[in-house]
Design a binder for this molecule. Structure first.
Ligand code: GTR
Length: 386
């Protein structure tokens, strides 16, 4: 494996005072092929390194989703309703996404609120990993976790689905209910078959399939958003499905945006022990052995390039290792730079309350606890700039 030796990165680290922290990490080089060759062009990235990294993430961490030939999806709009959300005129759509395989049929719901406008709306799609009440279709219960009214006011559609409808977040139930039960193993080897995080990402892609058929939505401008475990799923969705124009990782932490090699906060063994269903079985090889990983999470962020990527941390969220998320964000920059869309000079401040926005890369450290709040959403809406 090729290690990072770029002077550019060293420069960043010196400026931010984080040099010693990353120097010892010996991170895989996003621009270094597995055979040791360095690459330096967009074409080499797209034809050689990108596919290499995608396969490594699927084999070793998230697992492979089923091939499209193994299933059929169909959509049914079960309800369309005009509603007033305060002073905003909106249309609510409830769409069932049906999945059919040789083992049977099931569905999950995507709840969509559209602003009243002539043009197709750009859209924010949330993978909701909290309780159903955060997605109240009546809007009697309003939640900071999914502030529909704030999103619509900016001219965006707000869409969301419950992660557990796609795959239950429980090691015993995840194969018995939801979508996963309709498939046998999804990869050549059982050890690289999908985990539940990859199933949620896959659900996001199926929602995108629907958006492509809906004239009210501009499918070329869809941002995928997730918090914590949902943030891990949002990142993998954005990395593996290039139709997402923007990807938001809110406090995604271990196996999301945070560098595994820092071994700070939650570690690979912690996550595999507590959530054995989240990842491919292969990932367990890296318990207490993060340095053996052929990738690290900055290369996951790099897979989103040159599309918009936003990483957000919270200052009191040590379990998610905010500094590891910030460093991964910086370390993805060499790939964004191939497209002139990333940071050339790294921001100096790693301080709560500052929003960094360079090219197509955004970052903030919100003061406070692990959560997704209106504070965060406002920054995502601004960053999208559509
Ligand atoms: C924690 C887990 C984290 C994060 C979080 C969440 O218990 O250790 O990786 O995903 O849950 O989803 O809120």
């Amino acid at each position: 494996m090729h290690k990072i030796t770029l002077t550019y990165i060293t420069g960043i680290m010196l400026m931010t005072g984080l040099h010693t922290m990353t120097e010892a990490l010996n991170l895989p080089d996003p621009l270094g092929l597995e055979n040791g060759t360095s690459i330096s062009t967009q074409e080499q990235w797209e034809t050689l390194r990108r596919s290499e990294l995608l396969t490594l993430f699927a084999d070793e961490i998230y697992g492979h989703a089923p091939a499209p030939s193994k299933y059929i999806t169909t959509f049914k709009i079960v309800d369309t309703k005009e509603m007033m959300l305060g002073d905003i005129t909106a249309t609510r759509k409830r769409v069932n996404i049906y999945l059919e395989t040789e083992r049977g049929e099931t569905y999950f719901e995507v709840l969509i609120f559209l602003p009243a406008q002539a043009e197709p709306s750009p859209c924010f799609l949330l993978i909701c990993n909290r309780d159903q009440e955060h997605l109240d279709p009546t809007r009697m219960i309003k939640s900071d976790f999914w502030p529909v009214e704030t999103i619509l006011k900016q001219g965006y559609a707000a869409a969301a689905f419950m992660n557990r409808e796609v795959a239950p977040d429980d090691p015993d139930l995840t194969w018995r209910y939801g979508m996963k039960r309709l498939f046998k193993q999804t990869a050549q080897s059982e050890a690289s078959s999908w985990g539940t995080i990859a199933a949620w990402s896959w659900g996001a892609s199926r929602a995108m399939d629907y958006f492509e058929t809906d004239p009210d939505i501009d499918a070329s401008k869809v941002a995928i958003v997730g918090h914590s475990r949902g943030g891990k799923a949002a990142l993998w969705a954005g990395a593996s499905d290039e139709r997402f124009a923007m990807v938001v990782s809110n406090n995604s932490g271990c196996s999301g945006a945070a560098l595994a090699r820092r071994k700070s906060g939650e570690r690979v063994k912690d996550i595999n022990d507590r959530f054995p269903h989240w990842f491919a079985d292969n990932y367990k090889k890296y318990n207490d052995a993060e340095d053996d990983l052929p990738v690290d999470q900055h290369t996951l962020l790099a897979l989103i390039a040159p599309r918009k990527v936003y990483v957000a941390s919270a200052s009191d969220d040590a379990w998610a290792d905010p500094q590891g998320e910030y460093l991964a964000w910086q370390m993805a920059a060499p790939v964004y730079q191939l497209y002139d869309k990333g940071l050339g000079i790294a921001p100096k401040n790693f301080e709560p309350g500052i929003q960094h926005w360079i090219g197509n890369m955004g970052y903030h450290l919100r003061p406070g606890k692990h959560n997704l709040m209106v504070y965060d959403w406002k920054r995502y809406l601004k960053f999208a700039g559509w």
